[in-house]
Design a protein around this ligand. Structure first.
Ligand code: CA
Length: 228
């Protein structure tokens, strides 16, 4: 496997060093920039496999960088892992909605960082899974062609919206989705789904999933994810 190239966008010297050192030790090629202004140009020139993006940057902040990265055809496919501080939940939500792929809260251990980064790279590689293919997730078998969920021997009877929510989450186990992202993914022309109604759908979905309810996890302050 060729070396993964990672762009690190971070203004604090000690975190730059910590991250670059640990990535380098694991065989990643790294480049560090310390401002949002440099980040976009560096992403275009370097074509990194992933970007570690600090949100709190002087000048152009991390969210704006994310908006530009995900808004450009040149860079929108590059996974972005946000590095955030405690208490930045609302920024995390905005970042995820802008298309960031995951986040890690400071202070983090190098081990956790490496695990998250590997997961982001791995998930990106797996992403080409076709929309219509049957998903097998542990005991659950989710068949979008038949609109059917089987668990063990039985079939679980879901409404159309519950099915769409489950299928949307299960396509990317481990990914956190905000309520707004779920709304955007599942709303039908005939059925206005609101952010609040996502919570209602989750209650219904979990009830019907019964013994398998814990495959859908609530991520406090952010949204939901399918257990990896
Ligand atoms: Ca910072």
């Amino acid at each position: 496997m060729s070396k993964n190239k990672i762009l690190i966008v971070e203004d604090e010297g000690d975190i730059q060093e910590l991250v670059a050192y640990n990535l380098g030790r694991d065989g990643y090629q790294t480049r560090v920039v310390s401002t949002g202004e440099e980040a976009f140009t560096a992403a275009v020139n370097m074509k990194p496999d992933a970007i570690l993006l600090d949100l709190m940057l002087p000048g152009v902040d991390g969210l704006e960088v994310c908006r530009r990265l995900k808004g450009s055809v040149e860079t929108q496919h590059i996974p972005v892992l946000m590095m955030t501080a405690k208490g930045e939940e609302s920024d995390i939500v905005v970042g995820l909605e802008l298309g960031a792929d995951d986040y890690i809260t400071k202070p983090f251990s190098p081990k956790v960082l490496m695990a998250r980064l590997k997961a982001v790279l791995r998930r990106k590689a797996r992403e080409e899974t076709r929309e219509t293919s049957v998903l097998v997730r542990g005991e659950l078998r989710i068949d979008p062609g038949r609109h059917e969920v089987c668990a063990g021997e039985g079939t679980i009877d879901l409404t159309a919206t519950e099915f769409r929510v489950l299928h949307f989450l299960a396509r990317k186990p481990g990914w956190v989705f905000t309520r707004q992202q779920i709304v955007d993914a599942v709303k039908g022309e005939d059925y206005p789904v609101t952010e609040r109604s996502v919570d209602v759908q989750m209650v219904g979905l979990r009830k019907k999933l019964g013994d398998y309810a814990d495959c859908v996890e609530t991520v406090r302050g952010i949204g939901y994810r399918f257990r990896e």
